[in-house]
Write a protein that binds this ligand. Structure first.
Ligand code: MTE
Ligand code: MO
Length: 330
């Protein structure tokens, strides 16, 4: 964040990184990591950085799922805007395990994707440990065009590949008392050194209600742009909850726990006054530090109006009809 490699489509850093504003100060006071990273960048021209990223961002040639792509597109989900250029959607990321800047492509390549076990446990008929490739074999694979809206106000539109979360719920056979799903990202400080920092509540945790999880729109992502997802976008398994702010869409999921206790998510643990459990997109409910009325698509400098539920009200508004006392929009 100290050295800015400016590109036309980038949102000014002061607008684009508010999620971690509080914590950077502490990081600055306590650590020299950021200074080291900045020094490394000084010695490295933009072209070289771009080239290194291009080489490292391609899905691994030996990915055993590569032959399954592309998946058939589900025509139910259509966009009101162009699909974001792949180059932008796969180079401008939030992935705090690998750093708090938007340029973590190179760092993320350290994550090994196989073997990748997903634990499905808690209040289910039979707790399960399943490899990602076995899981994909059992799921109806499809492609969906979804909008994505980060709480920081940038947005994109992506062709995600994967399967409906409700299909995994079926596989898991939740017990009668299960009310929530809790998602946990991998924990491995050796490959994700940021996980050694004490001021973040690792591992990254997210959660939804069982009712949200079985809504048609809730999607588990394995790929994007007709290929396995690159590591920086959350391979081999991430969420896409397009009616919620982007932080709900946890990356690199290693555990899914069915529970009767509402999960406390990563950002809520850090700053409960700014980030809650529901985090549904609403242009009229401002974040405490900025307005949510508008957003900016990656690749465009034009602000455009934010949509209630990010434009997915017809699918999800009914989930919240009886929850008006909850803080649904933060
Ligand atoms: N494990 C993990 N998942 C995460 C994050 C993160 O830092 N770690 N960032 C979230 C945020 S704030 C956003 S906006 C999206 C960004 O996804 P993208 O990099 O594919 O655009 O991932 C979400 N999932
Ligand atoms: Mo975000």
């Amino acid at each position: 964040m100290f050295i800015k490699t400016k590109r036309g489509w980038e949102i000014p850093e002061r607008e684009a990184t508010p999620e971690h504003v509080f914590f950077n100060r502490r990081r600055f006071l306590t650590g020299t990591a950021a200074i080291g990273a900045a020094a490394a960048l000084i010695g490295c021209g933009e072209d070289k950085v771009a080239q290194a990223e291009a080489e490292s961002a391609a899905p691994a040639a030996d990915d055993p799922s590569a032959g399954l792509y592309p998946f058939k597109r589900n025509a139910t989900y259509t966009l009101d805007r162009d699909v974001t250029a792949e180059e932008l959607a796969t180079r401008y990321n939030n992935y705090y395990e690998f750093g708090s800047s938007k340029r973590i492509v190179e760092e993320a390549q350290a994550l090994p994707l196989r073997p990748w076990m997903v634990a499905i446990d808690g209040m289910v008929a039979r707790p399960l440990q399943i490899g990602i490739d076995d899981l994909m074999k059992q799921m109806p694979l499809e492609e969906r065009l979804y909008r994505h809206r980060c709480v920081e106000t940038w947005s994109m539109a992506v062709p995600w590949s994967g399967f409906a979360l409700k299909e995994l719920v079926k596989l898991a056979e939740p017990q009668a008392g299960a009310k929530y799903l809790r998602f946990e990202t991998f924990m491995n400080p050796e490959v994700a050194p940021e996980q050694k920092t004490p001021w973040y509540p690792w591992p990254y945790v997210e959660g939804v209600t069982l009712e949200e999880a079985t809504n048609d729109l809730a999607f588990l992502v394995t790929g994007m742009y007709g290929k396995p997802a690159p590591k920086q976008n959350g391979a081999p398994l991430r969420l896409a909850l397009p009616w919620k702010y982007g932080f709900k869409s946890a990356k690199a999921i290693a555990r899914i726990t069915f529970t009767d206790a509402r999960p406390v998510n990563f950002w809520q643990t850090l700053q409960a006054s700014e980030y809650g459990f529901w985090a549904n997109v609403n242009p009229e409910v401002a974040h405490p530090r900025w307005s949510q009325a508008q957003e900016r698509l990656l690749g465009s400098d034009e602000p455009r109006p934010t949509l209630l539920y990010n434009g997915y009200g017809e699918f999800v508004a009914g989930l919240y009809a009886n929850l008006q006392d909850e803080k649904l929009f933060m």
